[in-house]
Design a protein around this ligand. Structure first.
Ligand code: AMP
Ligand code: ZN
Length: 456
């Protein structure tokens, strides 16, 4: 097998795949995402003026409600059933070809002549290999049939680039945010803080040492909510229960100082949640660039299960009697678990910014928050208030529309477009990758470190 380096050298000299001219000014891609439990297909076009159009975007999510989390086989079967029908639907949304256009770019679909995509974008990793194969292999098959290249996209890179897709879709002439920017990616499977300095340089500044934020909120919701309100997405059910009147229920003051942030706030029921990592022996781990949400969850589960012993000021070993947890107390638990979890998330953004030399810090002007949990309006409120009170009121907070910040094929198409413009293509032999870093300094070399890339 050729090493990636040799491939690069050879391809620079000779590769001009399929007669495609470099730097074509309008780019059209059909994109496929199947890395987890969402099967998604999109048709994305980037125009001459850097704006973009989403001609088609659909997804089917595997129904894993009966399981505690994502069931790999159920997800796989859902991809196998859903992908081909979604691609079939997508084809009738390819833009119609103009009579004057290049016949090599025309595709006859049913009775209409449509523009053939310039290339296929399909998620290559990281993720469950069998699930990725469904999309990547379908993408390769389309690429072969249409005689166009395929790009095997890094799923997390696509998440990181999503705010740039959002600006392009909003028809801004500049595709911002510009590098460098920070992203907090918070979903059912991830909790990470990423620093993006270029298309292929994304450094993970902090990630969770135990469970993901979305997972923590989902399980906390199942513990806290009265049973008739437990329904997915559990994080949303928790938010709605905590703040039935929305923002007017917030009454939130961000901690101006770190000692206030780390202090346990005792509620009128006696219990109080401490900030994760705050109570280490010497306090040193409270500044570690790592997230931890499992302790919060187990505290909540204990508060729900056992009575509070007011005399000893601690949770007792006595089980709560049925009906002894009022809606008011449940609501306070819902509010507190979100407040503490969101402040913990924001704290690592602040710690990172504070660690930078002033010149480097001044270059960062945006923090992107994406992933399913970014749908939470209280999170937006906490992040904004927290940044403001700590002197970062100049930082822009971007929350991509929720349909673009959960798993989706539009972001895969956009990442494909950005990689295409930088000259990257994938070989037809590429296989899915289960674990794939985004950071060039990681042992696998990051996005470009794996085999199978061609540069034209
Ligand atoms: P993803 O993994 O990106 O598909 O996102 C799913 C996660 O987002 C699940 O953990 C959901 O409970 C969570 N989620 C969805 N809506 C909300 C919300 N409004 N507040 C908090 N978490 C949410
Ligand atoms: Zn994802």
């Amino acid at each position: 097998m050729l090493s990636p380096l040799r491939l690069l050298t050879r391809s620079r000299l000779s590769l001009r795949p399929h007669g495609v001219t470099l730097h074509r000014r309008t780019l059209l891609t059909l994109a496929i995402e199947t890395s987890c439990d969402d099967t998604s297909v999109a048709i994305v076009e980037k125009h001459k003026d850097a704006s973009a159009t989403l001609h088609f975007h659909q997804k089917v999510t595997a129904n894993t409600a009966a399981y505690n989390g994502i069931h790999p086989v159920v997800a796989l079967e859902s991809h196998q059933s859903s992908l081909a029908p979604l691609i079939q639907q997508a084809l009738s949304h390819l833009p119609p070809a103009e009579s004057s256009s290049d016949p090599r770019r025309a595709l006859h679909h049913r009775d209409t002549v449509r523009v053939k995509p310039d290339f296929i974008s399909a998620t290559r990793g990281p993720g469950m290999r069998s699930n990725l194969s469904v999309g990547l292999d379908a993408g390769k098959a389309l690429a072969v049939a249409w005689d166009v290249p395929v790009i095997g996209v890094h799923h997390m890179q696509a998440h990181a680039l999503t705010p740039r897709l959002v600006s392009a879709l909003e028809s801004r002439s500049v595709t911002g945010p510009n590098f460098p920017f920070l992203s907090a990616l918070v979903s059912g499977g991830h909790s990470m803080l990423i620093e993006s300095t270029s298309l292929t340089h994304h450094k993970i500044l902090a990630t969770t040492g135990d469970i993901a934020l979305g997972d923590c909120l989902d399980k906390a919701a199942r513990a806290i909510l009265p049973s008739h309100l437990v329904a997915p997405p559990y994080g949303r059910a928790l938010e709605q229960f905590a703040f039935p009147a929305g923002a007017s229920d917030y009454h939130y003051t961000a901690p101006a100082k770190r000692d206030v942030e780390l202090a346990r706030r005792i509620t009128k029921w006696g219990w109080g949640l401490g900030a994760p990592l705050a109570e280490s022996k010497n306090g040193s781990s409270s500044r570690k660039m790592v997230y931890s949400f499992s302790g919060l969850l187990s505290s909540i589960e204990r508060f729900v299960k056992y009575e509070f012993d007011h005399q000893a000021s601690t949770i007792s070993k006595r089980l709560r009697q049925p009906g002894h947890l009022s809606d008011d107390e449940r609501r306070e638990m819902a509010r507190e678990v979100m407040r503490v979890a969101f402040e913990h998330l924001a704290s690592r953004v602040m710690l990172h910014l504070a660690s930078l030399p002033p010149r480097a810090a001044a270059k960062v002007d945006s923090v992107v928050v994406s992933g399913g949990v970014a749908a939470n309006s209280f999170l937006r409120h906490v992040m904004r208030a927290f940044l403001d009170v700590r002197g970062y009121d100049h930082l822009r907070l971007c929350f991509p529309p929720i349909g673009l910040c959960t798993d989706n094929a539009a972001m895969i198409g956009w990442a494909g477009i950005e990689m295409w413009e930088a000259g990257w293509r994938s070989q037809l032999s590429v296989r899915p990758i289960k674990t794939w870093s985004m950071d060039p300094s990681a042992s696998d070399g990051g996005i470009l470190g794996v085999e199978g890339w061609l540069n034209v």
